[in-house]
Write a protein that binds this ligand. Structure first.
Ligand SMILES: Nc1ncnc2c1ncn2[C@@H]1O[C@H](COP(=O)(O)OP(=O)(O)OP(=O)(O)O)[C@@H](O)[C@H]1O
Length: 388
């Protein structure tokens, strides 16, 4: 476990996870998961499908038992407690609505339950439920049953039923995945504002790292059941802990280009089928220390400069630091254009100004950025500290 994975001192009202482990049969689904979420903090747990996000949420709620580890919630170690005594408001990916109840009654159900700590009266319940139904734009469906609703409408009922509670932690498992882009944007910021004002932490589980970065104060990157990195959007984007995190973060994700380095007259060169290009000296020195001269370098599409060339220009040797490439794909997004570029058999992407008329198969030079160039260890795939 690295230093960044160590939980900070526990807060009376927050959530602290320590060394959580879970197997399903032979499969090690969660490995030493440890992090904290402070009161009012939104922590997103992001990672690809099968990373263990749902299982982690279920361990915190008590719907699954951990093999080992601690879940400390509002100052209590809750590992031995049954779900109803943990005071967790959990929105399930599957919604789990009551089929015979209306949308209103589904949302009101936790407030009417004997396990509810607050015992609000009917008027208070109505006010809280309607406020959420209005926020999520389904107030007009208050009397409808789940069977007469779309997937996105059911998801909003499930979301309201979770947010209406006053638990010790909120767990939202893919809470807005079924909604259209406009509503997703609105709810992302509305829910963020709402949860930030509360005294409880919120865990937001999602495979969408861009959503995670937009909504959360910090993002926990979970890959293969292990925490690879915890950080804010810019930490994950500019300095991903390893190549898996680099592939998952950014919009679009960081370019990962395999290079084979060679030293010649105290300079380092990357070799390609079309020839060699000069690379920063620190890159060669750092890589040489690993005992291998082949590795992946990373750079963001937004930092990738592309220069269009005529055919005649493209046949001359590229200037120092430039890579020879051809345009493979052009996606105009209005404010900018996203280019896919082919360098030998590899593909990279570049976010470029929209005004140039890019052509498929057009020859270009690509310039590696001096700042923001990352080197990943040839064996572990971890980000290497940058040399001088
Ligand atoms: N009850 C179970 N029995 C056996 N294996 C399980 C069980 N629940 C989950 N798994 C396995 O554990 C791993 C993690 O699953 P989990 O649902 O937690 O992932 P996830 O990150 O939430 O994925 P998704 O984004 O697709 O929902 C997967 O390989 C899954 O097949």
């Amino acid at each position: 476990m690295t230093q960044q994975h160590l939980p900070s001192p526990i807060s009376e009202k927050g959530l602290t996870l320590r060394s959580l482990n879970k197997h399903f049969g032979e499969q090690h689904v969660l490995r030493d998961v440890a992090f904290t979420a402070a009161p009012g903090e939104i922590v997103a747990v992001a990672g690809p499908s099968g990373a263990g996000k749902t299982t982690l949420g279920r361990l915190i709620s008590g719907l699954e038992q951990a093999d080992a580890g601690e879940v400390v919630l509002a100052g209590r170690d809750v590992v031995q407690l049954p779900p109803q005594k943990r005071h967790v408001a959990h929105m399930f990916e599957s919604f789990a609505l009551y089929p015979t109840l209306s949308a209103f009654d589904n949302v009101a159900s936790p407030l009417r339950s004997p396990a509810c700590r607050e015992k609000p009266d009917a008027a208070a319940i109505r006010a809280r439920v309607m406020e959420l139904l209005e926020l999520t734009e389904i107030a007009h469906l208050a009397d409808r049953r789940p069977s007469d609703m779309s997937g996105g409408q059911k998801q909003r009922v499930a979301l309201c039923r979770t947010l209406v509670q006053q638990p010790d932690v909120f767990i939202l498992d893919e809470p807005i995945g079924h909604l259209d882009a406009k509503l997703r944007h609105k709810l992302r910021s509305e829910i963020r504002q709402r949860q930030k004002a509360l005294a409880q932490p919120t865990l937001w589980l999602t495979p969408d790292v861009v959503e995670a970065m937009a909504v959360a104060d910090r993002v926990v990157m979970l890959v293969d059941g292990g925490v690879r990195q915890i950080g804010q959007a810019q930490d994950l984007t500019l300095a991903p802990a390893d190549m898996d995190v680099a592939r998952l973060t950014g919009d679009p994700a960081m370019n990962l280009l395999q290079v084979q380095l060679h030293q010649h007259e105290r300079q380092w060169w990357a070799g390609f089928e079309w020839g060699y290009t000069l690379v920063p000296f620190w890159l060669g020195q750092c890589l040489a220390e690993t005992g291998s001269l082949s590795a992946h370098i990373g750079f963001l599409p937004a930092h990738t400069r592309v220069q269009p060339l005529t055919v005649a220009e493209s046949e001359a040797p590229p200037e120092a630091g430039a890579l020879r490439a051809t345009v493979y794909g052009v996606e105009p997004f209005g404010k900018y254009t996203l280019l896919t570029l082919r360098i030998d058999e590899q593909r990279i992407r570049a976010k470029v100004a929209a005004h140039l008329p890019w052509q498929l198969e057009q020859p270009v030079h690509v310039f590696l950025p001096e700042q923001g160039l990352c080197l990943f260890h040839p064996q572990s795939g971890r980000l290497m500290p940058r040399g001088h």
